[in-house]
Design a protein around this ligand. Sequence first.
Ligand SMILES: Cc1cc2nc3c(=O)[nH]c(=O)nc-3n(C[C@H](O)[C@H](O)[C@H](O)COP(=O)(O)O)c2cc1C
Length: 338
Amino acid sequence: METRIYPNDALILAPLSGYTDLPYRRSMCRHGCAFAFTEMIDAGSLVFGNRRTMRFLDRGPEEKWLGAQIVGSEPEILAKAAEIISGYPFDMLDFNLGCPAPKVVKKGEGSALARDLDKALRAFEALKRNYKGLLSAKIRILHESDPEPTLRLAKKLEEAGASAICVHGRIAKQFYSGPVNLGIIGEIRKSLKIQIVANGGINSLEKYREAVNALGGGPVMLASGAMGNPWLFDEIASGGDWLPPDAGELAGEMERHIIETCGYHGDDVGLRISRKFIFDYMRGRGYPSSLKNSVIKIKTRPDFDLFIREIRKGPSEGYFKWLDKNQNAPRRMRGLPV
Ligand SMILES: Cc1cc2nc3c(=O)[nH]c(=O)nc-3n(C[C@H](O)[C@H](O)[C@H](O)COP(=O)(O)O)c2cc1C
């Protein structure tokens, strides 16, 4: 391997549209996340100077390593966007060639662009010519069992100057769930010189071990497994000697994350976008559905304060009995001291 961007044991926080803003990444940093990406940045909106898009370029002083991710397809627009991003202190610029969202695919971007090899390369080359730092790409496997099409794309990106490629081991039709083909990621690792980051389905130490054992090592990228679960970074880094959060710690992290989100976006927007974060924190942690149903009613800071008090009380009674039988369940909690 010639170029090594990440340490082999790096746990990289994925770009997550609508999620990985600065307060979100700060929450992950508190749990040891040392490599992260911004939300995907639409090249056209950036060139247009859209105010909301410009905020995607914010970086916190505690962020040791931060990459930006860009999505687009028109070489001239991408070239201008790359020039703009070159003026900001990112450690890497990543090109999105995997997004399956209809509004992206409709424009021939993301996963749709990856299917048109020549066009994808022209777009990538425009970024390469105009971006002053390291450039990577994030792709999905292009076929569920045949490695050839994905291998061809990855090799061309390497030849065009990619410093690393992240491969999500699912085809676009699967969106974000279902089986992950580690075999194809492994084939790409064997055939390329640059670092290949593995992504898909890593939501626990057990799944992490499964992936690195199958692939002969990391780095890996964490995405939905860390949503509402920044402790995933602690869990994997611990190698096993780790205590999941109790209800007080869960409530503390939720509160801090959401108050910072309100500080960053203002209370109205902050509380509105935080609802999905709150659902993520509660998922799989045994809180009653009546409490989940009350999330929609959180409209003011006092509403949120009352809600957090309920979180502090801990999950429903049956949860810890269930956990006894499911000790490897992802997103676990530990009981409050009696
Ligand atoms: C809500 C959500 C938003 C996402 N946004 C992006 C994005 O902006 N850019 C990107 O490359 N991938 C995006 N992804 C894909 C993830 O980065 C990751 O590749 C995918 O979730 C698979 O990893 P996982 O199985 O660990 O979740 C998104 C996924 C989710 C669930």
